[in-house]
Design a protein around this ligand. Sequence first.
Ligand code: GAL
Length: 428
Amino acid sequence: MKKLLILTVLLLSGTALLAQRPRPTADLPKWEGVCETPQMGWSSWNKFMTDINEDIIKAHADALVELGLADVGYVYINVDDGWHGERDENGFVTEDPEKFPSGMRALGQYIHSKGLKFGIYSDAGDFTCNGCTGSRGHEYQDALIYAMWEVDYLKYDWCHTSNLDAKGAYTLMRNALRKAGRPTVFSICEWGTSKPWEWAENVGHSWRTTHDIGPAFLEVPVSYTPEGRRNWKPQSVMEIIEQNAPLREHAGPGHWNDPDMLEVGNVITVDGITYSMTPSEERAHFTMWCMMAAPLILGNDLRSISQETLDIIKNRALIAVDQDPLGIQGLRLKKEGDLQYWFKPLKDGDWAFCVLNAGEAAAKLTLDWKDLEVDDTFSGRKTDFAGTTYMAQDLWKAKAKPFSTARKTKVTVPAHDVVVYRLTPVRH
Ligand code: GAL
């Protein structure tokens, strides 16, 4: 009896002690339903790097609408590195008063008044990659401020994080964004170093799978150095495809592999050297991002865009491939020298099919469809060229008549370019 009494007293006092101890903040789920197809928009980084201000951002919000880009799905205006000012006396982050004199809240209101969404950038470490204020130790405060500014999208970088654990740091910000109460797309940007595809499905909506992209198809010829960085050598389109291709089984609605932003139409000059791609290379780049169900975040100067670039990024038929509701990243069936054969399962039994030519010479091919049969165990989808006829629509030539896969098809794939078709089964 005495023993029972002691045990009861111990248990009760233990419970009381537990009740007094501050509880660790519980994990909260990521925002659901905000990124069911890969995100589309524009970001300041690829063209402007840290040379940004509110006039540039507002002009790009205007352009997204005026050029009809918002109508085809580009809705996020993302302010990348270079906007932060100091923290105030209570630890709340502020904007750089010279670059953003009207403040981020007013900028967000402007973007929203255009029917667009507002994206912002921060870093899990003490500083951003270009030395601005990072979020480390201020995650909940920062998420709260973003919610007050009506931010819809956070890209969260990984510079100056010393001994931080990536999963822990990104989970902390996920919790903070949820707690702040405003549905927000959370874009993880740690360049694939901790294999986020293995842990981030319930943490963010996309994760970078590679280091930074540059406007080059095969290789960025020399390293270039934005403010505060030394010997920074971005990666080319072809290098990135190589790294992103094997990760397809990790992507799906609400959690995407992110092979970095688009370089279509981007021309930059650093240290007297100009970097850009040819129209063929840009078509190939855009097509492959759509085949890989990648986020489509423009990175060019929209104020001086050419008709040619506009025609590429507004290709509705390809955007439909990227945004297909099944959300299945395309698969590479085979590589033959400089040629790659890609398939992407689409809704209603359709497929996107693409041949990518990384070579310096045009490739003249005769496609024998029965040799291109796909059995995709990941999606459970199979082509049936032997038993079914598909009608093939050229996605770069909207006016071309669809042709049948019942016969062999002769095609020419120009150098550094693609041919891409939507295959629709003929139902009898
Ligand atoms: C990199 C990131 C880029 C850009 C840049 C800003 O780490 O990958 O996309 O955000 O930082 O400094």
